[in-house]
Ligand binder design. Sequence first.
Ligand code: NAP
Length: 304
Amino acid sequence: MKNNPRREFLLNTAKCAGALAVLNTTFATNIFATTAKEAMPVPTVKLNNGVSMPIIGLGTYSINEVSTFLDAINVGYRLIDSAQLYGNEKVVGEAVKQSKVKREEFFITTKLSSNMDFKQTQKSIDDTLKLMNLKYLDLLLIHQPFENRKQMYKAMEEAYKKGKIKAIGVSNFTPDIYSDFVKSCEIIPAVNQCETHIFYQQKKLREVMKDHGTMLQSWSPFVHGKKEFFENKTMLAIAKKYNKTVAQVALRFLTQENIIVIPKAARLKYMKENLNIFDFELSKADMKKIQDLDENKGQFSYSR
Ligand SMILES: NC(=O)c1ccc[n+]([C@@H]2O[C@H](COP(=O)([O-])OP(=O)(O)OC[C@H]3O[C@@H](n4cnc5c(N)ncnc54)[C@H](OP(=O)(O)O)[C@@H]3O)[C@@H](O)[C@H]2O)c1
């Protein structure tokens, strides 16, 4: 049967909701766990190469403390989104080690953040693995569509075949850039990480990527607080109806659209809140109301 990512997400969500329903009164102690052992698993999606990836992870731009990563791991985050640019790869590796959670339970992403030729990219992948003190990465992305993206990707394909990376992908590739890029790929990108939120829903990009099974991953799912995101009237009304916060409704909306999300939160309160989105489902009508908020326009100068 053809792989159906939405079906897998809903099934996984149902499994988690089922587990929570069974736990009933222990729900709060489990989802708001204080030790890694107690944390509830989050639903996963299947990538186009068969690898499972959590549908929600931790955005880490400007997080540089091991203790912050340990907080996130303890409440249940397993997907951690790093990048060479963020300067926190070493710290992420240290947190993975200190957490006592098995390596195979994690989904560690990082990004190649500068324009490099084939040989430089080979070296950069090895340097990153060494810095993170990891034997393999779960996902490696090209951070931007750099000029040398095709030769960079060749080096990533080679590292993938050698088992140094479980999945490879891209970031900030527009529909046109992506469509041209896939023509030269031996291994189709598993993920394209792009600015995606209620005001920029990337409908065209999703349409273009559908045939290749590349999944959209949302960066800045809260628009980094811009555009009075947390005070949006439509979102506040929906949040009230489900007894959830605007942040939770936004993340639920994106994940229901089968988009992987990486909200950044340094505060423990927000880390917990953002994971607590699998015990409700937005109705078709509410999904439509949020779909209608789309302005199809990026909000960041470094976005495309
Ligand atoms: N590929 C790329 O080019 C690219 C570009 C931008 C970002 N990213 C990735 O995407 C991640 C997320 O994007 P982002 O950091 O720009 O913005 P974001 O996730 O949209 O917003 C993060 C901000 O929202 C706050 N917040 C988190 N949870 C909240 C909640 N439940 N209620 C109210 N406020 C909440 C955070 O507070 P505190 O942190 O203070 O707790 C932080 O100030 C980044 O960290 C990075 O990993 C990738």
